[in-house]
Design a protein around this ligand. Structure first.
Ligand SMILES: Nc1nc2c(ncn2[C@@H]2O[C@H](COP(=O)(O)OP(=O)(O)OP(=O)(O)O)[C@@H](O)[C@H]2O)c(=O)[nH]1
Length: 531
């Protein structure tokens, strides 16, 4: 996601590091680099122009802050301007006060509408809604079947045109406007709280496509019309978005395929050009690859400051609280950490999704992209296989693991004895770590107490002594935000980095800690602390 842009911008800021003051030439040089980086990322020219002009004006306007050096000041300005370009505030979905909320999806063929329809349905279902998917994409023969498949995966019913008995039925079946209306009626009758209408796309913008989408819009009067755009579309993004805005009009944007996007110009152009908020990002082919779009968090990711809030939220959603509490109690009692616990933690880690994606959300990880790309996610599966090949006695009393038992486990799991030895070694390290945490000290750079993962949030706070904490002003009521505030304060008072890479105990490439560029961090964290 934005890999090239992110690398170019962070490289540009490096040249400002350590400068006591910035001359106009320094600023112009930086602006030139930013302009090139944005154009190479396919950001639309007018957007680049206004963006760089705003940065230049503010940078020259000497917004002096005692806390930040000039280099950091420029990063802060770029960060704030990026947030503005990306739409400012996050805009949540508008839900209808009465009756089902109607959400219509529009966009070009292959933009990712059908895939997103399933993701959105699953996302809303997890929030307690009862969505109905409506297949009004009758253009592509396979589209209805595809929607049925994603609906089944999401556990959400799909309304699709049935084969008709009369000629009139058959005509209605081929008419997307009638199908959409019938779908809405079905939702009202069956008391669904949300209706998601998937519409047809074409290879390019054409009058027929626009007329059909506009007719569906008129027929179902949606609360939201979401324009789904492929983030890899490049310079065509602006023209396509404008055509849809004129033809159908939309209330929000969904950026799809943001996972595969090394350029990402669409993201930086569409909100600004259309004045419509980006509301969701689609970041993969799986059902759970959906993110609520937060302009400030995305700006932080682009500047390689990480996105700890999203990471915490995802961890919280997938985290099994009961299991965490079981671990907390166990450790407070001083009971030994066993392979059974190790396995359970690993399974939770797996539930949280791709390790690469999670690591990519930590600050300063852009410089380690190659190492992250080399992480072998199958390692979790191999580790699981080894533990599954142990007897209950061995899992709970790892000390009994002598040479012959290790050889048997290696054969049973299809691994080598060296693999088993290496896992036992990692396990012993994790066991020592858990003991240290149980004593209450916590571990450097970690926010988690007992029951939490190494380097990941979650679990209860230790009752024992914590490292001295700086008081955080204006603590948020939001657990994710609060966790970050506390972590930031802890990290600062201890002079530590904001978070330790996760997964090291599980042997997933064990991303080493690196020196973070100080020009990249302070403005971001201090921003959250001030909130
Ligand atoms: N990598 C990646 N692939 C995606 C994403 N969203 C969709 N795709 C893939 O893109 C292709 C097209 O997606 P669809 O959901 O069928 O697109 P559509 O807009 O419904 O297409 P039409 O129904 O023909 O208008 C499929 O192969 C999807 O698996 C995403 O976020 N990331």
């Amino acid at each position: 996601m934005f890999a090239n842009l992110s690398d170019r911008l962070t490289e540009t800021f490096k040249s400002l590091r350590g400068k006591g003051r910035l001359s106009e030439a320094d600023i112009d040089g930086t602006i030139r680099e930013i302009r090139r980086a944005l154009l190479d990322a396919d950001v639309a020219v007018p957007v680049v122009r206004s963006f760089t002009a705003a940065i230049r004006e503010r940078a020259l306007g000497a917004e002096v802050s005692g806390a930040l050096n000039p280099g950091q000041q420029v990063v802060k300005i770029v960060h704030e301007e990026l947030i503005t370009v990306l739409g400012g505030e996050q805009r949540p979905l508008r839900l209808a006060k009465h009756g089902p909320t109607v959400i219509m999806l529009a966009g070009l063929q292959g933009a990712g509408k059908t895939t997103f329809a399933g993701k959105l349905a699953a996302h809303l279902k997890a929030q307690g809604q009862t969505p109905l998917l409506v297949a009004a994409d009758l253009q592509r023969p396979n589209a209805v079947t595809q929607l049925k498949v994603v609906g089944e995966r999401a556990g959400v019913p799909v309304f699709a045109p049935e084969a008709g008995v009369t000629r009139e039925d058959e005509r209605a079946r081929g008419n997307p406007v009638k199908v959409a209306k019938k779908g809405l009626k079905e939702a009202q009758d069956k008391q669904h709280t949300v209706v998601i209408v998937d519409t047809a796309g074409r290879l390019g913008v054409d009058a027929e496509l626009m007329r059909q989408a506009a007719d569906i819009r008129k027929a179902v009067e949606p609360d939201e019309v979401l324009f789904v755009i492929d983030a890899m579309i490049g310079q065509d993004a602006v023209a396509t978005a404008q055509a849809f805005q004129e033809g159908v009009d939309f209330t929000g944007v969904v950026l799809s395929k943001l996972d595969g996007d090394a350029r990402g110009g669409a993201a930086l152009s569409v909100a600004q050009v259309t004045g419509r908020p980006i509301m969701f990002a689609s970041v993969g082919e799986k059902l759970e690859d959906i993110e609520v779009f937060h302009p400030d968090r995305m700006a932080s990711r682009i500047l390689d400051m990480g996105d700890i809030l999203t990471l915490i939220e995802q961890a919280e959603q997938k985290f099994d609280q009961a299991e965490a509490e079981r671990m907390a109690v166990k450790m407070q009692r001083g009971e030994d950490f066993t392979f059974t616990d190790f396995l359970s933690q690993m399974q939770q880690l797996k539930n949280m999704g791709s390790m690469k994606k999670m690591l990519g959300m930590l600050p300063g990880m852009g410089a380690m992209r190659d190492q992250i790309d080399n992480i072998d996610e199958r390692e979790l599966v191999r580790t699981e296989a080894i533990i599954q090949s142990m007897t209950p006695l061995e899992r709970d009393n790892p000390k009994v693991l002598n040479g012959s038992r290790r050889a048997r486990i290696a054969t049973g799991s299809g691994m080598t004895v060296a693999d088993v030895n290496s896992l036992v070694k990692r396990f012993e390290d994790a066991q020592r770590m858990m003991k240290a945490m149980a004593k209450g000290g916590g571990l450097p750079g970690m926010g988690a107490g007992p029951g939490g993962f190494a380097g990941l949030p979650g679990g209860k706070k230790s009752k024992g002594k914590q490292a001295p904490q700086r008081k955080v002003k204006g603590k948020s009521g939001n657990p994710a935000k609060r966790a970050q505030q506390e972590q930031a304060a802890r990290s600062r008072s201890a002079g530590e980095q904001p978070a330790a890479p996760a997964g090291s105990a599980f042997g997933l490439g064990a991303a080493p800690q690196q020196d973070l560029d100080p020009t990249q961090i302070p403005s971001d964290l201090s921003k959250y602390l001030r909130r």
